[in-house]
Structure formats: structure tokens, C-alpha cells
Write a protein that binds this ligand. Sequence first.
Ligand SMILES: *Cc1c(COP(=O)(O)O)cnc(C)c1O
Length: 233
Amino acid sequence: MPTETSIKQNLEQARLRIAAAETQYNRSAGSTLLLAVSKTQPASAILAALEQQQFHFGENYLQEALDKIETLQQYPIVWHYIGAIQSNKTRPIAENFAWVHSVSSLKVAKRLSAQRPEKLPELNICLQFNVSDENSKSGATLAELSALANDIASLPRIKLRGLMAIPQKTETFEQQRAIFHTVQQAQQHLIESGHPLDTLSLGMSADLEAAIAEGSTMVRIGTAIFGPRKTAP
Ligand SMILES: *Cc1c(COP(=O)(O)O)cnc(C)c1O
């Protein structure tokens, strides 16, 4: 299990990496939000990060996330759902998170829209773009993105903010950057066709620099903050 000290030091390191990449690639300082990915980590690890002014947390496994949200309900945490979505499990997602990064079907978007409670602000949505793994079912293809964005834009209670992608690992920095560039271009295309998008959810522990070079506004960092994970539940 990660210790409080290691989480503090790792967070400092991650923030330095982000700041250095912003400088190197001419991004404005502070334009990349750090999302701490706390899947498989205990609530105590989240508290240690919160102590260091880390407020945005990302979770992949719904039941595990709901348990932690309940345990930590007195804290000002912004919860992001970044995992696979089963369409019969959209209600607890709509009721408990501020952001969902992994929307890739109109069916799921419609359910989230209908199930988002009136008393909460609109649910922020990113469309997951299946940029490099043609065989995987997670994410929409480039061909599907435009229609999906158009259909989703008119739904109430959810707000389309941008794209998310989880590209396959590549050998070199330049290859990683080229894949991220494809995502950035798809985002640009949607913006030019009238969608007011402001979020590019790209980059993880190993490739955050390449993502920031290509315009990421939100990096999703797990192991670089909390250390290696035990296997998923
Ligand atoms: C686990 C996960 C991350 C974090 O990955 P690390 O390599 O540990 O930084 C980011 N995004 C998604 C969608 C994940 O599932």
C-alpha cells in the first residue's frame, strides 16, 4: 500500500512533470488538470492526496467507486468515472459523478441524460475515441464520432466537453505523440463543426508529456501517484 509520504512526493513529481511539459511545449501554465486515478487504492490513499490539495479523482470500477464516494462524502472531491459503462448501470453513475470520460454510445448518453438528478449540475461528458485498437469494443471510431457528438449535444442534463482516448503503448515518444495528434485533430474537427469543446482527456503515467505536447487538458495519472496497483478486483 502507498504511504502518505510516498503519495506526497509522487504528487509533487507528477506536478513538476506536468509543469515542465507545459513549458517545453508552449502550453500555458496550469492548463493541464491532473486527474488522480485511484482505482484499486483505499480511501486512505485518496485522503493522503486530498491533503496535498488534489481534488479530482478518477475511478474505473463502479462498485468500488461507490463505496469510496460514500466513505468520503464529507470531502470536496470531484469524482470522474473513467471505466467501461454497462448500460444497465448508468443510474449510479449519473447520480454520483461530476464527469464521465468513457461514453461511446448514444444509448448510454441518453440514459445518463435521463437519469441525471435535477438537483445536480449537468453531468460533464467526454466521448471515448477508439483511436488505436480497432479490435477493442471500447470507444467510438472516427467515423462514428461526429454523429454521436451531434446527437448528444441536444440532450438535457449532460454537457459534452471533449474527447478521451486510451491509445496503445508505442515504442517511441514520436509515435505516441502521433497517436495523440490524431485525437487532437478529431477534437479540432468537432470544434470546427460547432461543438464548444474544451477538454482533451489524454495521457497517463507513462506518456503524459506526449499528451501535453498534443494539447491534453486532463492527464489521468494512477501509478505515478499511488505506485503499482494490485490486480483489478
Ligand atoms: C488505470 C487508468 C489510468 C491510469 O493509468 P496509469 O498508467 O496508472 O497512470 C488512466 N486512464 C484510464 C482510463 C485507466 O483505466
